[in-house]
Design a binder for this molecule. Structure first.
Ligand SMILES: Nc1ncnc2c1ncn2[C@@H]1O[C@H](COP(=O)(O)OP(=O)(O)O)[C@@H](O)[C@H]1O
Ligand SMILES: [Mg+2]
Length: 273
């Protein structure tokens, strides 16, 4: 389990400033949903935490240590599954185990792979299938199994269910929550990116709302233990619906503010010409 500390993170692609000034402290075992509109910099922030990009300036600590490069302690799950297409789905888990647990015997790796396939309701027959032979939902199950199999203290998920139909999405949301809850004391810290307010409400112990880019955090909400919404009851719970409306309002206000500042910028530019 890792706590994550983001202090004054700032990031630009060339000259385009994407992350303004991001500050966030999370505790080990939190399930943090990073919520924000498309283009606000959610994936960029996740890439920073993964060690794929560097913040400049700013400090990023995971488990108290500065992040300098990618590590198998921080597994990433992407929307497009990220499985090697030339390898069987089962071997995609096997190779990750081989990288993480150097020297682990092949038989042991196969046992762990099959265990995790079972945990996400894929029977042994799927082991030898190529990713192309699987549905989107089945591929994402493999990606989740692979991430959990290498047992990373920090799990980074970038809109992993964005391309799936509504039913598959709900099933996989429940699977991820179950796996996250099951490990109890060794519960993983999760950063889960989404643009859906409802998905954030269903999954997160913490909701972190990011504003339009160059983004900063405009709101955070932490659910008290035992108060985390549940999909079956949240739509009839006035407290959750109040929070839901509040989040939607904040997102709309932030968009309007950005549109206004763009208009002002354009008017200013025209005036100078
Ligand atoms: N590799 C890149 N090079 C240049 N600009 C990028 C790159 N990746 C993302 N961007 C830009 O940075 C901004 C934030 O992107 P991203 O982090 O992908 O947002 P989100 O995940 O919230 O949709 C966008 O304006 C996007 O066009
Ligand atoms: Mg993204």
């Amino acid at each position: 389990m890792f706590d994550v500390s983001l202090r004054h993170l700032r990031f630009a692609y060339d000259k385009e400033l994407v992350l303004g000034d991001i500050n966030l402290e999370t505790r080990a075992g939190d399930f943090v949903c990073l919520l924000g509109q498309s283009g606000c910099g959610k994936s960029t922030l996740l890439r920073l935490i993964a060690g794929l990009e560097r913040s400049d300036p700013g400090q990023l600590l995971v488990g108290g240590k500065p992040v300098e490069r990618p590590s198998l302690d921080r597994a990433m799950i992407f929307q497009d599954y990220g499985l090697f297409p030339w390898m069987s789905a089962g071997d995609n888990i096997d190779i990750a185990l081989r990288q993480k647990f150097k020297g682990m015997e092949k038989a042991e790796r196969r046992k762990i792979t099959l265990e995790w396939m079972k945990n996400i309701e894929l029977d042994e027959g799927f082991y030898d299938k190529l990713p192309l032979e699987l549905s989107g939902g089945q591929r994402q199950r493999f990606a989740i199994a692979r991430a959990f199999a290498i047992d990373p203290p920090l799990l980074l998920m970038d809109e992993p269910f964005g391309a799936l139909d509504a039913v598959t999405k709900s099933l996989l949301q429940d699977t991820v929550l179950e796996l996250w809850q099951k490990v109890g004391e060794r519960r993983k810290t999760v950063f889960f990116v989404t643009h859906s307010v409802d998905e954030a409400l269903i999954l997160g112990t913490h909701i972190v709302l990011m504003g339009q880019s160059p983004s900063r955090i405009i709101h955070t909400h932490a659910f008290a233990p035992g108060e985390k919404p549940h999909r079956d009851t949240m739509y009839s719970d006035p407290k959750v619906m109040e929070l839901r409306n509040h989040l939607i309002r904040l997102i709309e206000e932030d968009i309007q503010q950005k549109v206004k500042s763009q208009k002002l910028g354009a008017a200013g530019g025209a005036g100078k010409a």
